[in-house]
Design a protein around this ligand. Structure first.
Ligand SMILES: Nc1ncnc2c1ncn2[C@@H]1O[C@H](COP(=O)(O)OP(=O)(O)OP(=O)(O)O)[C@@H](O)[C@H]1O
Ligand SMILES: [Mg+2]
Length: 145
């Protein structure tokens, strides 16, 4: 699936629509350069689950957990940023793999270091800029494993 976005708000709205498809245990890997809009996409997913106001970049925290909010059947959202890790070992030493593919939905920025993602359903979201199309243009490509 390919979607074109002309603004951060449009990316949030699209991600929120996409999130309706997500189920417990799903993993979403977010690909794309620094500042392309991966965290913005996470905000859209969190919005669908009613906890968008909490979303911020976990670059310094390595993982944020959002929700579940008021409703009992809401899912926790695990938002990872693996940018600062140098190898897969460090990620396991930090204990992050305990959350992946578990009782919630996992969204992973800079996901490339982990070789095997432990989930039945893994989505790859790739966000690209195109300088010819202007500053706020993004192409969002979604594939399901
Ligand atoms: N169409 C668009 N979709 C998403 N973000 C956009 C768009 N147009 C402009 N932006 C801006 O691009 C920036 C994206 O920042 P964001 O923190 O989401 O990037 P990131 O991919 O998470 O970067 P990092 O790798 O540093 O975590 C925001 O400032 C956002 O407002
Ligand atoms: Mg980010």
């Amino acid at each position: 699936m390919i979607k074109e976005s002309g603004s951060a708000n449009e990316t949030v709205a699209f991600a929120s629509e996409f999130a309706a498809e997500l189920k417990k245990g799903d993993i979403v890997r977010l690909h794309g350069e620094i500042g392309v809009g991966k965290t913005v996409f996470v905000r859209g997913v969190a919005e669908h689950f009613g906890c968008a106001e909490d979303v911020c970049s976990p670059t310094f925290a390595i993982m944020n957990i959002y929700g579940p909010s008021q409703t009992e059947d809401a899912l926790p959202i695990y938002h990872f940023d693996l940018y600062r890790f140098e190898n897969e070992e460090e990620i396991y030493d930090a204990g992050l793999d305990e959350f992946l593919g578990g009782d919630g939905i996992s969204l992973v920025e800079w996901p490339e270091l982990i070789k095997n993602y432990p989930a039945e359903r893994v989505f790859d979201v790739t966000i690209e800029k195109d300088s010819a199309m202007g500053e706020s243009y993004r192409r969002i490509i979604i594939d399901k494993r």
